[in-house]
Structures are given as C-alpha cells and as structure tokens.
Ligand binder design. Structure first.
Ligand SMILES: [Zn+2]
Ligand SMILES: [Zn+2]
Length: 395
C-alpha cells in the first residue's frame, strides 16, 4: 500500500536534487508535528515525506528505487542493482507493480493534490537537466487459462521510441548545444494576460527548447535532432500465476525513450484472459461441465475429464444427482500471493440424446414401464413430502 515517492514529494521522476530538496522542505514544514499538534493525518504525511526524501536524496537509493520500486530500497534489498535491460521483469518489480495496482495505480497524477495546493510550484514537469522524459507505453498481453494457472514468462516484441544510436540520444551530430534564443536559456517564457481582475503573469516552459534552456547546434540527420527513433525491442515479461483480466505489470524505464537523452517512460503491460473453450473461471477455481448418461448416473462409473494439466480419472458415484459438483483438488489456478492452487469442479449433467436408434427407443420404452425408475411411483421421501405439502395447501 506504499505511495510512489515522487508523488509523495509532488515532483517529477526527472526532478533535480534541488527540486527534491525544495519540495521536501515545503512539505516537511507544512506537515511538521509542531505545526499540527494531535493531527494523525499530518503525522502520517510527515513520515511519508521524510521516507521519500531519504531515498530520493540519495543517488544510490534513488537509482535502485527507479529500477525496482519500493522493493529495491527495502531492508532486504541488496545493493546489486541488477541487469540493465530486460531486468525490469524482476519479480520484485512485478510485486511492486502489483502494489501500485492494488492501491489504484495512481500513476502520473498527484494523489494529494500537491500541485494544486502549491500553485504548480511543487513540481516542474518537463524542465529537466537532460532532455525530455519519455512517455509511458501501454500494451495488451493475452494469456490462456493454462498460462494464468501456473504463471508464464513471455517474450514480447515491442515497437517503441528508442534512443538514437548515431548521436547517443543527444540529438546533436557533434554533441554541441547553444542557448535557446526564445527564452535566452531560462527555459521559461512569460505570458501576460489581462482579465477583469487584473493582469496575470503566466510562466510556462519554453516551446522552442521544451524547457531545457538549450537547443542543439547541428541536428543529427538520423533522428532529425530528436535523439529518438522508432525501433523494435524484445522484452521478457514474467507473469505470476493467478492474475486477472485488467491486471497490469509496470516495467520501469522500459517505455518510450525520452527525446534528447531524457529518462525513458514505463512499459505498462495490461493482462487479458482469453476465454477457455472448456473451463469457466471462478476466482482461483475452474468449472468444467460434464454430460453423463442416465445409466451411468444411476449405476456410477469412471470417466476421464480434461484439466488444465491434462486428463484426470474421476469416479462418478452411484445415484449421482444432476448438477452435482465433484471436486478435483489442486487443478485450479495458482494463487497470486502465497503458494498452492485452487480446485477444479466438475458439474455433472444428464446427457439427453437428440437422435436415437430404433433399438435404443425400445430399450427406453422398457425402462418407461419400470415403476422403479419413475419419481411418482417411487416410495421416496422427497416425493412423499411433496404430495403431503400439496394436500396441506389445498385442503
Ligand atoms: Zn540521432
Ligand atoms: Zn527556450
């Protein structure tokens, strides 16, 4: 249930150390216990703000957090860092992504309304030291019930913006930049608007340099100065068992590359369950409907039924009533958290043929004559009580 540290401080993922420090000071002051005596909410916020600052103000911790989320800076995390590419599908990453998911996935927004509260002063999105942040990329991943039951590793080919190799993502052939003429290097432009309430000065990121303050001198011909190009990459995704339709995994830094060396966005993999032709899913259990002949229901039999793990032998006990649910333990869906799997239920139905041979017809006529196979003639408790009830009602 942990909140994103960047969101806690109300800063962008590419915020500089100074920006983080500024945001922290403001919030720490606002939520300080001295200023908010006996205010539990403020105390909670104060703690969160301090924790977020502790991580984001430390280069090493911040790098690990960016790569692995909360799991990367927890007490159990090693300082190993992990692989560069494809390492995003690390199981820690996935579970931190799931935490995001369960808290409602408040991505890209400001959960506390910090930006509103501070009039936009808390965060300066887009204004970064190195380029413009890349955008998040969303893709759908279809999974069979078999894959969901046990978890699966998928290799995906993804078309996305990648860093230009010719210019190392800088957008410049020689790497040289010059001051932006539009904003004189400040990265900001001021617009004065007049309203009936008076004059307002609006500060916005410079449209020419995107708030960077500098523009490239000689554009890279390969990427037209953007530093990014459309490319195709292979990404490995580890999907744990027990996921459901609409769940998603966030692979940090595997989205679109940022123009001119900006940090890459995230890759969001939205999971989709392909409906199974034999089984219907009920949470972690699956249900299979089996049609059995009337003689088999009465006398009992042994059958083979399909499961997510192949065919399994099942005993239909004698006198099995239609709609009975027989359980095959452990052949359902693996739990998302913890070990073990759900069960398979076999719903037993009577098979009623539509077309039968003359011979079978004769056989059934014989059965029809037998009073022991008819409920009204049968001296059974349910039948009796039904007639007794009917008599009570109408007398
Ligand atoms: Zn280039
Ligand atoms: Zn500019």
């Amino acid at each position: 249930m942990k909140k994103e540290y960047y969101e806690v401080l109300g800063v962008s993922k590419t915020a500089t150390k100074d920006e983080i420090k500024k945001a922290y000071r403001k919030l720490a002051l606002q939520f300080h216990p001295d200023k908010n005596p006996d205010n539990k909410d403020a105390e909670e916020h104060f703690k969160e703000v301090n924790e977020a600052y502790e991580v984001l103000s430390n280069d090493d911790k911040r790098r690990r957090y960016d790569q692995f989320g909360h799991a990367g800076v927890g007490s159990s995390a090693s300082s190993g860092g992990g692989g560069q590419y494809g390492g995003g599908a690390d199981i820690n990453d996935i579970f931190s992504a799931f935490n995001d998911m369960f808290t409602g996935g408040r991505r890209g927004g400001s959960p506390f309304g910090f930006e509103e509260a501070f009039g936009g002063g808390g965060s300066r999105r887009g204004r970064t030291q190195g380029g413009i942040p890349g955008t998040d990329l969303k893709i759908r991943l279809k999974l069979t019930l078999e894959e969901i039951a046990k978890g699966v590793e998928k290799t995906l080919k993804i078309k996305k913006q990648v860093s230009c190799k010719e210019c190392n993502g800088s957008g410049s052939k020689s790497g040289a930049t010059e001051n932006c003429q539009t904003c004189q290097g400040s990265g900001e432009v001021r617009q004065v608007s007049k309203t009936m309430f008076g004059q307002f000065v609006n500060v916005a990121p410079c449209p020419t340099c995107g708030g960077e303050g500098r523009v490239i001198k000689d554009r890279c011909p390969s990427c037209y100065g953007e530093g990014i190009k459309l490319g195709e990459v292979t990404v490995k995704v580890t999907v744990p068992s027990g996921v459901e339709n609409g769940n998603y995994l966030t692979l940090r830094g595997q989205g679109n590359a940022g123009p001119r060396g900006g940090t890459a966005g995230d890759l969001i993999v939205v999971l989709e369950e392909i409906p199974h032709e034999l089984f219907s899913r009920k949470g972690n259990d699956v249900v299979y409907t089996l049609a059995v002949s009337f003689p088999d229901l009465v006398l009992g039999t042994k059958v083979e039924v399909p499961t997510l793990d192949g065919a399994v032998k099942l005993t239909i006990p004698s006198s099995t009533q239609p709609e009975t649910m027989l359980r095959i333990p452990g052949h359902g869906i693996g739990h998302l958290k913890g070990s073990g799997r759900g069960d398979q239920y076999v719903k037993v139905n009577v098979y009623v043929p539509k077309d039968i041979s003359h011979q079978d017809k004769e056989l059934l006529r014989e059965m029809q004559k037998s009073s022991g196979l008819s409920p009204s003639a049968h001296n059974d408790k349910d039948a009796k009580s039904f007639f007794e009830k009917a008599r009570d009602i109408f007398s």
